[in-house]
Design a binder for this molecule. Structure first.
Ligand code: HEC
Length: 100
């Protein structure tokens, strides 16, 4: 019985030490364009939110709005968009050309 417990523990230990391809959080956004396409476009390309690309909006302003929200614009936490990805999407939105 004791031997069985030890072998289960060593199995778990070995599995835990195995290399992983993704970081502990399990998910990372590829780049700013991906965050925009999969999150922001849901509203900002659907006439729910105003056009934000092609307006040269300040990345600091975009970051603030995304973290804090503004009326119908929801706030996103770091669990949804990590700081690094938020910086990338803010940069992307600021520099991207508009649709028209
Ligand atoms: C659920 C819909 C929704 C999603 C998803 C969403 N937004 Fe918004 N956003 C809005 C709405 C609606 C407004 C307008 C809020 C108002 O002024 O009342 C807005 C406003 C903004 C503004 C201010 C625009 C201005 O004219 O000053 C910025 C910047 C912005 N959103 C960025 C983003 C970014 C970046 C993302 C993706 C990370 C995102 N939003 C995702 C709905 C959304």
């Amino acid at each position: 019985m004791i031997a069985a417990v030890i072998s289960v523990e060593s199995f778990v230990g070995a599995a835990g030490a195995a290399p992983k391809e993704t970081p502990e959080s399990g998910f990372v956004w590829k780049d700013g364009a991906e965050v925009y396409a999969k999150v922001c476009a849901f509203c900002h390309e659907a006439n729910v939110g105003p056009t934000i690309r092609g307006r040269g909006l300040d990345p600091t302003y975009i970051t603030f709005i995304v973290r804090h929200g503004n009326r119908a614009m929801p706030a996103f936490r770091t669990a949804e968009i990590d700081d690094e990805s938020l910086a990338k999407v803010a940069e992307y939105v600021s520099k991207a050309a508009g649709n028209r």
